[in-house]
Design a protein around this ligand. Structure first.
Ligand code: ATR
Length: 266
């Protein structure tokens, strides 16, 4: 039997086990997906231990996405993002991927939203914003990064080719010309608030929220009320898992089955 898992701290409420187990079961792959709550001070040992034990693949979550970078051979796009959320243990050693980034792009494709040439606004400048900003840029979008702490928006923008950085006061104007507006802040997580002014939405744009608790955030409901298309945070979660599954197994992921498994646990 193959063994895969998610490593993080905490991981108790992770949705990755049902997401991946459903995929393994559907495809008839004899594998078990488990959780590993690693000691923060011993993460390097944990990665080496996983390799020594012959674990086949890991999803890496907070707070270890940067630690993982030092442990793997980074796949090309990961080198730029500097964070790893998927490790594939190959015969040549551990290879690191960032399927938060590639998975988000697949979520947009799944919704028939083209990003090439789009004006994309990313709100936030933390880990989620990094994955989105680099992903959008790779897909050919013009990226504007907006953050409460403006200096962090400028720092991130300096790393993403062609991107610009702004404070929150620029958000309304940027939204007026935006094709895509993505929330990568924690605003709206288990609260009924939005980082975006409700009256700044228009019907010619797509709203994406990285927050998935609740699934219908205030950010998305305001956007929908203005006629905008919406993509909820579970799609990002789903497709980062879909991409990881395909990297590990080389088998097409059963997307619908994984989506059902995920949404039944949300
Ligand atoms: P993650 O790694 O999940 O992206 P993070 O690094 O803690 O999380 O980043 C959280 C993001 O939410 C940051 O961009 C943060 O803005 P600051 O850099 O100014 O802290 C943003 N954020 C959190 N609370 C916010 C609020 N009340 N209003 C606006 N932005 C907020």
């Amino acid at each position: 039997m193959d063994v895969y898992g998610i490593i993080g701290n905490p991981v108790e409420h992770s949705l990755s086990p049902p997401l991946h187990q459903a995929a393994f079961d559907e495809r008839g792959i004899d594998a078990k997906f488990v959780t590993f709550e690693a000691d923060e001070d011993r993460i390097e040992e944990a990665f080496r231990g996983a390799e020594a034990l012959g674990i086949d693949g890991l999803t890496v979550t907070l707070p270890f996405k940067h630690d993982a970078y030092d442990f793997v051979d980074p796949e090309e796009s990961v080198e730029r993002v500097g964070a790893v959320n998927t490790i594939d243990f190959t015969d040549d050693g551990p290879v690191g991927y960032n399927t938060d980034m590639t998975g988000t792009l697949r979520a947009f494709e799944h919704h028939d939203v083209g990003l090439d040439g789009a004006d994309a606004v990313v709100v936030g400048a933390g880990g989620a914003a990094r994955a989105l900003a680099f992903g959008f840029e790779e897909a050919g979008a013009d990226v504007s990064i907006v953050n409460r702490t403006e200096s962090k928006a400028h720092d991130l923008a300096a790393e993403v080719p062609g991107a610009s950085g702004h404070g929150l006061d620029a958000l309304t104007d940027l939204m007026a010309g935006a094709d895509v507006v993505a929330n990568a802040t924690s605003v709206g997580l288990e609260s009924d608030e939005s980082v975006a002014p409700a009256d700044a939405w228009h019907d010619d744009c797509v709203a994406f929220d990285a927050v998935y608790k609740p699934l219908e955030t205030r950010f998305l409901s305001d956007a929908a009320a203005a006629g905008a298309q919406t993509i909820d945070g579970a799609w990002m979660l789903l497709f980062q898992g879909v991409d990881a599954f395909e990297i590990w197994t080389g088998v097409d992921a059963p997307v619908d089955v994984m989506n059902e498994a995920l949404r039944s646990h949300l």
